[in-house]
Design a protein around this ligand. Structure first.
Ligand SMILES: [Zn+2]
Length: 365
């Protein structure tokens, strides 16, 4: 398969535009046009994982965490990041990272945690803003239906669980066709007045190209009058963390037991239990401390995340229970998620999970 067929599909589920500003998701090593035959999926792209790819004949590594975060200035192998890149290039192995863009979609990293814990009615804890666009276009009345339908098909008009959402109002437009034009209605050099529908639709900004393409293909005018602009609205389907409901409320100790089992955690560091049953559960794979306030506001009885520091635990203030399961532990099932996504879409493509435990943290007990 061509590499960009696979990466385009992954990016249709977790668009690169959804990644955080500090992130570096996407194709890190390799040409998008090359052929790939066998992919290896891992949480981290360590040297041991590259060695494993060489041993197994894999020509692509798909990892959650990008091996490169910032600009590299030298390639002399003085640290593990440089050595991974050098070795991958030498052995013609492509490296692709799908990190915070996969964190920020409801069916991504946190969706997998929620699935393992049996959470229902999940919602994004902190939806992202600046990801939605508005299109306003003026269409001759008899063509409004066709244009609207094309826009819907291109990904416009979805609001929550509603689709085909639009607003329409009829008025008239004016124009005078100049020299060298072939006006759809009216005559060259004459002022024309046409009954038009003003169609308004909302769409995710990563659909911009597709939406405009469908507009230009279906709108009958030579020159299409339209406005496209970015909205400040939050996009409820995209953002950090998830909150959901357990099927049955559980005692706190029972919940911690469930957490340990379902996330294969060696140890859970948590704040004082509150003597209240756990019904509402907030989750954020990896370092999620920045979501404590949204989790409390959303009524989370427990906030499952990782990378908490001593002083940050105090911030729970008895309003929720912070449960730190470990960074690797919280995200390890992301590997299965990626495997499932790829196998479902490309059933004949060879893809496998790494056999290497890349967790840099070991526990002595
Ligand atoms: Zn992580």
């Amino acid at each position: 398969m061509r590499l960009n067929v696979l990466t385009s599909y992954l990016e249709s589920l977790a668009p690169l535009a959804y990644q955080e500003s500090y992130d570096n998701s996407g194709l890190l090593v390799g040409s998008p046009d090359r052929e790939v035959h066998h992919a290896l999926v891992s949480l981290d792209c360590t040297e041991a994982v590259v060695d494993e790819a060489i041993r197994l004949g894999c020509d692509l590594i798909i990892s959650h965490h990008p091996i490169v975060f910032r600009g590299l200035q030298r390639f002399n192998g003085s640290n593990y990041v440089e050595r991974v890149i050098i070795k991958a290039i030498k052995h013609d192995i492509a490296i692709y990272a799908i990190h915070t863009n996969l964190d920020n979609v409801a069916g991504g990293v946190n969706g997998k945690i929620a699935e393992r814990l049996g959470l229902r009615q999940t919602q994004v804890l902190q939806p992202k803003g600046d990801l939605l666009n508005k299109l306003v276009v003026f269409v001759p009345v008899n063509h409004a239906t066709a244009v609207r339908e094309a826009l819907f098909a291109a990904g416009a008009g979805d609001i929550g669980k509603y689709d085909a959402c639009s607003f329409n109002v009829t008025g008239y437009g004016t124009f005078r066709a100049g020299e060298g034009t072939k006006p759809f209605v009216g005559q060259q050099g004459e002022l024309h007045r046409e009954e038009e529908t003003r169609v308004e639709v909302i769409y995710p900004s990563d659909r911009q190209q597709a939406v405009l393409k469908s507009l230009f293909e279906t709108h009958p005018y030579e020159e299409v009058a339209y406005d496209s602009y970015r909205l400040q609205n939050h996009y409820p389907a995209v953002g950090s963390g998830l909150i959901g409901q357990l099927e049955q409320p559980m005692e706190e100790m029972d919940f911690l037991g469930l957490l340990k089992e379902k996330l294969a955690a060696t140890v859970i560091r948590h704040t004082a239990l509150r003597g209240q049953p756990i019904a509402r559960v907030a989750v954020c794979g990896g370092a999620g401390g920045f979501l404590l306030k949204p989790a409390i506001r959303a009524g989370a009885d427990v906030f499952v995340t990782a990378d908490y520091k001593y002083h940050e635990f105090f911030d729970a203030e008895g309003k929720t229970v912070i449960a730190d399961v470990g960074h690797f532990e919280s995200e390890q099932f992301t590997q299965q998620l990626l495997l499932e996504i790829i196998q479902k879409k490309f059933p004949t493509f060879a893809v496998r999970l790494t056999g290497i435990d890349t967790n840099p943290i070991k526990y002595y007990s």
